[in-house]
Ligand binder design. Structure first.
Ligand code: ZN
Length: 330
C-alpha cells in the first residue's frame, strides 16, 4: 500500500543512532547514474528484494545497515535527507519499522512510498492483535514472493522504458523464491519430529514455522520492544528440560541475554542445551557474507537449525562453558 495523506503527521523522534555508511562497495552500488532511479529501502531484507528486481537499472540505498533492529530503529537527520532525495521509498511494512511510520507517512506526500508486506493478502498474514499482523513475512519464501509485484509495479511506474525488464526480473525472482521454499521445507523435514522445535530470542519465526512445519517459541514478543519476564524464562526452561530440546538459537539483530538465560536455567536443572548458532532474523548479513541475500540467509538459518536440532547431547563440562555469558557470543 502507499502511505497516504491520511496518515497522522506527528513529529518523529530524531535520535542520533550510529548507523555507519557501509563499505565503499555498498555506497557505489547506490550511486545514481544517468537515468538510474534512486530507491531507498528501509531494511536489508527489503534492499535485497529491490536489488533482485531492479538489478543494475536502479541505485539502491539501504537505510538500515546489516545487524540493525528495525523495530527500534529511529531515523537520523541524515536519513531524513536520504529519504527526501529518493525517487521511490520501499519499506517492509506491517509496522515492522514502527518508529519510522510517521516519517514515512509524511514523506508519502512527496515521494512514492511502498510498504511491500502491506500488499499481501490479509488471510495469509498471522494476526498478533486487533488490526495488527506479524510483520516477519520474509521467513516464508513463498509468501515473500508475493511482495515482488509491488516492487515491479513501483519500478515500472518510475522508469517506464525498462518496465519489461523489471517484470522479467521480478518473475524470475519470484520463481526462485518458490523453488527455495521447497528446498527449505525438505531440509527442515529431515529433523526428527520430536526435536522439531525452534526456540529463539524474539518471536520472529512464526511464518517460518508455519511454512516449514517446525514449532516456534520466542522468548520475547513479536517486537523486540517488549521485554521477556522471569516467568517466561522459567516456563521455557521447563519446556526445554521436559522435551529434551538440544539447542536454542540467538539472532543477529537481537540481544543474546534472554537466550543465554535459557541455557543457564536448563543447565541448572541438569539438561544440556546448546547454542545452536546465530540466525539471521530481522537483518541480513554484512555485504560479502553468506547471508547478504535473503536466499543466502534463509539457507544459512536452515542449516544451523538442522545441525543444532539433530546434534547429539553435550557433556556437562560443555554445558558449563555454553552457559557462561562469554561463550554466548557478542
Ligand atoms: Zn522482529
Amino acid at each position: 500500500m502507499l502511505f497516504g495523506r491520511s496518515k497522522a503527521a506527528a513529529l518523529v523522534t530524531v535520535a542520533a543512532v550510529a548507523v555507519g555508511c557501509g563499505p565503499a562497495a555498498e555506497r557505489d552500488r547506490a550511486e545514481p547514474g544517468p537515468g538510474r532511479p534512486r530507491v531507498v529501502a528501509t531494511t536489508t531484507v527489503v534492499c535485497d528484494l529491490v536489488r533482485q528486481v531492479g538489478g543494475d537499472r536502479v541505485a539502491v540505498d539501504c537505510l538500515m545497515a546489516a545487524g540493525i533492529d528495525p523495530h527500534s530503529y529511529k531515523a537520523t537527520p541524515r536519513d531524513a535527507d536520504r529519504l527526501a532525495a529518493a525517487d521511490l521509498v520501499v519499506a517492509s511494512g506491517l509496522h515492522l519499522e514502527g518508529k519510522l511510520a510517521d516519517l514515512l507517512g509524511r514523506l508519502g506526500r512527496k515521494v512514492p512510498v511502498v510498504a511491500v508486506a502491506d500488499t499481501l493478502p490479509k488471510d495469509r498474514l498471522l494476526p498478533i492483535a486487533a488490526d495488527l499482523h506479524d510483520p516477519h513475512v520474509w521467513f516464508d519464501a513463498a509468501l515473500w514472493s508475493g511482495c515482488v509485484p509491488a516492487v515491479v509495479e513501483a519500478l515500472a511506474r518510475l522508469d517506464p522504458p525498462h518496465a519489461a525488464e523489471y517484470r522479467q526480473r521480478g518473475a524470475a525472482h519470484a520463481a526462485a523464491l518458490v523453488a527455495l521454499h521447497g528446498e527449505l521445507e525438505a531440509r527442515i523435514g529431515s529433523i526428527p519430529d520430536s526435536r522439531r522445535v525452534l526456540v529463539t530470542a524474539h518471536d520472529a519465526f512464526q511464518y517460518f514455522g508455519r511454512a516449514y512445519g517446525i514449532e516456534v517459541v520466542g522468548v520475547q514478543g513479536t517486537s523486540t520492544e517488549s521485554e521477556a519476564g522471569l516467568g517466561d524464562i522459567n516456563r521455557l526452561v521447563g519446556m526445554l528440560v521436559e522435551r529434551k530440546i538440544p539447542a536454542v538459537f540467538v539472532e543477529t539483530s537481537v540481544s543474546d541475554r534472554n537466550v543465554a538465560a535459557l541455557v543457564e536455567g536448563a543447565a541448572a536443572r541438569g539438561h544440556v542445551v546448546r547454542l545452536g548458532g546465530r540466525l539471521y532474523s530481522d537483518s541480513l548479513g554484512e555485504p560479502g557474507s553468506v547471508g547478504d541475500t535473503l536466499a543466502g540467509a534463509l539457507r544459512a538459518n536452515v542449516e544451523a537449525i538442522v545441525a543444532g536440532l539433530a546434534g547429539g547431547v553435550t557433556t556437562a563440562a560443555e554445558a558449563q562453558q555454553i552457559a557462561t555469558p562469554a561463550a554466548a557470543g557478542g
